[in-house]
Ligand binder design. Sequence first.
Ligand SMILES: Cc1cc2nc3c(=O)[nH]c(=O)nc-3n(C[C@H](O)[C@H](O)[C@H](O)COP(=O)(O)O)c2cc1C
Length: 419
Amino acid sequence: MPPRHAYWTILIGDSPTAFRARERDELLPTFERLRAKQPDAVLKWFERGRLWASPEEARGPAPSPTGPPDRRGKEWRPGGAHRDPRDRFKKDKKPGARGHEDRGGPPPTDRPRADRPRDERPRDDRGPGAPRRPWQPKTDPRAPRPEAGERTDRPWRPKPDQARGDKPWQIVAPSDTSIGDEWLKPKAMDKRELDEVKDAFVAAAKRAHRAGFEIVELHAAHGYLLHTFLSPLSNQRKDEYGGSRETRMRFPLEVAQAVRAAWPAQKPLFLRVSSIDDVEGGWSLEDTIAFAKELKALGVDVIDCSSGGILGSATAATKTLLKRVPGFQIPFAERIRKEAGVKTMAVGLILTAQQAEDALRNESADLIAVGREALYDPNWPVHAALALGVDPEYAHWPQQYGWWLTRRDGLLKKLGVNR
Ligand SMILES: Cc1cc2nc3c(=O)[nH]c(=O)nc-3n(C[C@H](O)[C@H](O)[C@H](O)COP(=O)(O)O)c2cc1C
């Protein structure tokens, strides 16, 4: 049974184009047709944040029909040569992760205890009061912390944690007015500082490319610097970067344009917005739609639709308009998608597979982002695939897990236990 997917993006030249199919194989003819029609265009298969040269490569080696390989009685060899090449657990093969193999010796369990080198340091060199080792933090992590709710160890707050030796930062912003009493007074950025920040964004994108990332997302939400240029509450500049909506958008657009030029054309560029400030006189959804249209024209591929952060909660607008209910920010993704004609990503209290699926099927968004639910259930994507019936045979799970779970399913069925 080939692995299945419900949502796909194929990159045709520079532009990611979404295709939907319940099964991966349904898309193969499309892919082949496009490849035959435009042999010179870069066609890439984009799935779960990874790019593949072809659907065949995405599919990977066929799962073994006989279940996980039997390694019993396999002789141990240095360098991991004893491991089955079909083993999809690549992580622990990183150099150093299996130290005994890199050193060319037998696994530690094979070595008699008495042969292991002894730690000869005197005991008073360790434990409380011992001299700080170079890799240990300079501040004592066991020092008493402020009470919960009084945490002040954030140096961009007016009262940093003096006990830890933190000093307040000199923060920068479009204007030198602090937006709320609890905030530090910023320094207004001059043109040279704006250029420095733009260059730093570009340098970061280039580093991300060299490091192998497939997507970068610019942060223009949640009260971060680019957001503070957009919002009239925080941008009171009198020069070409303040004033009307058009001029307030200028600096974030310049950054987006510079990053787009530096980030490879075939790699998607996302940008996160606070769709609304939800504060009177603040940034509105109409503003975001206008901004999204400009971003699209510059080649930004996806708008990640969050909200808030200028005042109140840092990651969601809930001051006046919004109640935090499951999927509360999906309507932003939907309107921006429809009115700016750009792909959007929905985020915020998206909990279940069905909720995510509905948002995609209703064309409210093109992508779904899951934050805290993924902390709660790190296997969320594979559980969602199971819940939606697109991966009944555990093809997306590590091969060994799939083998065990398929058998367990058989047993549960026999016992009449529903899962
Ligand atoms: C551990 C953690 C770290 C986060 N860090 C950031 C961040 O650096 N920037 C940001 O915009 N949002 C950040 N968020 C917010 C999430 O991106 C997301 O917008 C928010 O959690 C709402 O989605 P959720 O309900 O699915 O968690 C973070 C969330 C979590 C749980």
